[in-house]
Design a protein around this ligand. Structure first.
Ligand code: ADP
Ligand code: NI
Length: 221
């Protein structure tokens, strides 16, 4: 078995039943999308595939909201499975830096391999699947689909972003609509533009339906 196959088995087992939007199918889509982007943009395939498979391992959301120790968990697993230390440490760097950390936070991702995995992960948070995942995750947090009394918050620290009270509709303004301008590679930017338009259309329709009675009354219908 190759190292990638060993990691695939391990991750499939761990994520199969997950239902907060980080399920095995999310990982598989990110893996496939990362390979698609790599074919067009270059980068080391093995690092990209391993980092895509491991990118959500031990996410901060599964650690009681505390430290993100995903990179360390990924590194230890790769070493246990016989990876070269240099490969394992490059994957650790990507896993540690892949996540979105708030609208007003500076993100660091200094390798092409990391930029590609980050793009693939971000594309999966956009479009129709992005909409589905965000409501699944919001529900798992016990969050309202929309709460107009909560204002949109452009967080300037990861801690504030991770802990803030929000509604799932607000999450679009706090993260999902901002992703279009945070994609790294031309290939991802092209795909992201279409997915961004899908989300804008969804939000427009959502707000129209939310305000339906008001519009109806105003029109005297
Ligand atoms: P990723 O898999 O891209 O790292 P996250 O781990 O940040 O994404 O979150 C998983 C999914 O849940 C994404 O689609 C993300 O936008 C969504 N999400 C994160 N935080 C919230 C929130 N507070 N409310 C609703 N959806 C959220
Ligand atoms: Ni992810």
């Amino acid at each position: 078995m190759t190292l990638i196959e060993k990691v695939e088995h391990k991750i499939r087992e761990q994520f199969l039943g997950e239902s907060t939007g980080h399920d095995w199918h999310h990982i598989k889509r990110v893996w496939r999308m990362a390979k698609y982007i790599q074919e067009r943009e270059g980068g080391n395939c093995e690092i990209i595939e391993l980092a895509a498979l491991l990118h959500d391992i031990s996410d901060y959301k599964f650690n009681g909201g505390d430290l993100d120790k995903g990179g360390e968990v990924a590194f230890d697993l790769l070493m246990e499975l016989g990876a070269e230390e240099l490969i394992a440490s490059k994957v650790r760097y990507i896993v540690d830096n892949v996540s979105y950390k708030g609208a007003n936070t500076a993100a660091e991702m200094n390798t092409l391999e990391g930029q590609i995995v980050q793009d693939a992960d971000r594309l999966d948070a956009m479009g129709a699947i992005g909409i589905a995942r965000t409501f699944a995750y919001g529900g798992s947090r016990g969050q309202s689909i929309y709460e107009p009394s909560l204002s949109v918050n452009l967080h300037d620290s990861f801690e504030a972003y991770a802990k803030s009270e929000t509604s799932t509709i607000n999450h679009f303004y706090e993260k999902l609509l901002l992703l279009k301008n945070r994609l790294n590679t031309p290939t991802a930017i092209e795909i992201g533009e279409k997915r961004h338009i899908i989300m804008e259309g969804f939000l427009k329709q959502f707000h129209n339906e939310w305000d339906f009675n008001v519009i109806e009354l105003k029109n005297g219908q």
